[in-house]
Design a protein around this ligand. Structure first.
Ligand code: GLY
Length: 597
């Protein structure tokens, strides 16, 4: 079956679409290659083990091959990168239900070939009846209701986001971008990646009757080769195709959302749905070693926190350090703990709380933070206070796709329903899962959320407010102002550190896209005071040295990251999907694939 036709030609049934899970399987490292030169000897993805895709005519990198094919076909039809992003987003809502969504929200960073940059906030919003203490019990303790069930859902923003992005930048007709997803929802054959996701989440998927009906066969997870039919979702997507944003925020879909909320004790009303708006924000722009890094401002903490880290790191000669040696890892962790201390205290929805974004990414603040870093010792997080004055006292799972078209327009989108399969509630009759994004607010200052983030009162719940995010869709321009890197990832609180590493791997260490993406990842978020590193990602001598310097080392199996990056070198785009999850990069006209040395 020609996947391209299957995904796009109306009336062609998709029941026979069978796709392989994942992109190119990691190949064995070429004989004789010194795989230890960059990474620890036992690291899972030695240099040269992943084959990137190359194209000069456009590229789509997502966590799912079908969604990447849909986006690439829109580019082939003459759509631009934003058109492809819209079609990809709706396709992911069907074929990647654990995170792709219309019931969640996200952020888009755009850099058009004419130099226009834009940042679109389509983050979920607290319902009008939300209250600051809604997740506390009578004794003042935080309950699980911010994570599971109807109360956990914020007003979804994805459809408004896609609509607004298309209104400003799109070229192809809206319906043409939504219809591929309608056809996918009518039926696809479950592929490996999807089957693995259903299996891993089999206990969660039976907690809600409607979720169980759609994603399991009488409680048993769907397997490779089974058909996944999402008829209600197809009808909802058809309303969106026909009526645009109103097909979701008004009429039948909004009624179904309110009815679901009434049934389950949730708060979202038709009035909340009608009030939702996607908002254009000024992107965060940071100079880093001659490059310009463009990313998302609050209500995402991604841009400011990444910017603060990069500005601190810019003061050190990273390119001359041994990659992931003790000195490099130490400085990364120290920069990170300081940037997260600021993030957790100050950042929030800018429409509710004044934001110190410019100060946070300034050279002066970076110098002040750097002055507190010792080269030979870790600073305990208890001694690292927020660095921009008194913070306000009152008031993943996620997915990312990167797209470029032949003209050089670039789009980075990170979108989420927060946990895998969101709040586990499917809106009956409408067929889509709702988010549990309310957990990204501070339910109680000082008490960690599901990502262990200890956040402050600035991010307290209030009606109509958007919860702080860590999503970091990012575009890097080279010193002559041309797009060099389009990137982003899921991973909750680890998103920011993963993207700082991706940027640094390319800018500081000159890595190709495959090597940068497969490199072992690090994470420090101030609290808990631990330096996480991927299992076998650091050599034992480095771990011992870092311990001796006072770092609490935490070796973890598989960070949640799923970095999707496009790197432009000499006018050609190369891309890989993160080998940790098995997505796929698809080039519009793939000129070659192979192992990059
Ligand atoms: N829900 C994860 C984030 O927005 O950071």
């Amino acid at each position: 079956m020609n996947l391209r036709l299957a995904a796009l030609i109306p009336l062609v049934p998709l029941t026979a679409v069978l796709v392989s899970g994942g992109g190119a399987a990691p190949a064995a490292a070429p004989a004789g290659q010194d795989t230890t030169r960059l990474f620890a000897p036992a690291w899972e993805y030695p240099r040269g083990s992943i084959a990137p895709v190359r194209s000069t005519a456009g590229m789509v990198a997502t966590t799912d091959r079908v969604a990447s094919e849909v986006g690439a076909e829109i580019l082939r039809r003459g759509g631009n990168a934003v058109d492809a992003a819209v079609a990809t987003h709706f396709a992911l809502a069907v074929v990647n239900p654990e995170a792709g969504n219309i019931g969640g929200g996200g952020f888009m960073v755009v850099r058009m070939a004419d130099g226009t940059t834009a940042a679109l906030d389509f983050r979920e919003m607290a319902p009008g009846r939300a209250t600051r203490d809604m997740f506390l019990d009578a004794a003042g303790n935080v309950t699980e209701r911010s994570v599971e069930g109807h109360l956990a859902a914020g007003v979804p923003g994805s459809v408004a986001g896609m609509w607004e992005a298309h209104r400003r930048f799109g070229r192809l007709p809206w319906a043409e971008l939504v219809l591929p997803a309608v056809h996918l929802a009518e039926g696809v054959v479950v592929h490996q990646r999807l089957a693995e996701s259903f299996y891993r989440n089999r206990k969660a998927l039976v907690k809600n009757a409607e979720t169980m009906r759609i994603f399991t066969r009488r409680g048993e997870p769907l397997r490779v080769g089974d058909r996944l039919v999402q008829a209600d979702l197809a009808a909802t997507l058809q309303r969106i195709a026909s009526s645009g944003k109103d097909g979701f925020y008004a009429g039948r879909t909004a009624e179904l959302v309110e009815a679901e909320m009434r049934r389950g004790g949730g708060l979202i009303t038709q009035r909340d749905m009608a009030a939702y708006k996607a908002v254009w924000r000024d992107p965060v722009r940071v100079r880093y070693r001659g490059h310009e890094v463009i990313s998302m401002p609050p209500p995402s903490s991604g841009g400011p926190t990444m910017g603060a880290m990069l500005k601190i790191l810019e003061g050190y000669d990273l390119p001359r350090m041994r990659y992931l040696g003790p000195e490099h890892v130490h400085l990364f962790a120290e920069a990170s703990r300081r940037a997260y201390a600021d993030r957790n205290a100050y950042l929030a929805d800018p429409d509710f709380v004044p934001q110190p974004t410019a100060r946070m990414v300034s050279d002066a603040h970076a110098a002040a933070r750097r002055a507190t870093i010792r080269r030979d010792r870790a600073t305990p997080s208890a001694q690292v206070a927020p660095g921009l004055g008194a913070p306000p006292t009152e008031g993943t799972e996620t997915t990312h796709y990167s797209i470029m078209d032949a003209r050089g327009n670039a789009v980075a989108v990170t979108t989420t329903i927060n946990s895998l399969y969101g709040n586990l509630v499917t809106v009956a009759g409408a067929g889509f899962l709702l988010n549990n994004e309310m957990d990204d607010f501070t339910s109680k200052p000082g008490v960690p959320n599901q990502f262990g983030l200890v956040q402050g009162a600035a991010n307290a719940i209030a009606p109509g407010k958007r919860m702080l995010s860590a999503m970091t869709p990012t575009i890097v321009l080279d010193p002559s102002g041309r797009v060099k890197l389009v990137t982003g990832t899921p991973g909750g609180s680890t998103i920011i550190t993963s993207i700082v590493q991706q940027v640094s791997n390319v800018v500081d260490f000159g890595m190709d896209v495959a090597t940068a993406t497969s490199a072992p990842r690090l994470h420090h978020q101030h609290l808990p005071d631990s330096l996480r590193f991927e299992r076998r990602g650091l050599d034992p001598a480095t771990v011992s040295r870092l311990r001796a310097m006072g770092h609490a080392m935490a070796e973890r199996q598989g960070f949640q990251g799923d970095v999707q990056s496009i790197l432009v070198t000499n006018g050609a785009m190369t891309a890989v999907a993160d080998p940790r999850r098995g997505g796929a990069a698809v080039g519009v006209a793939e000129v070659a694939t192979g192992v990059v040395q």
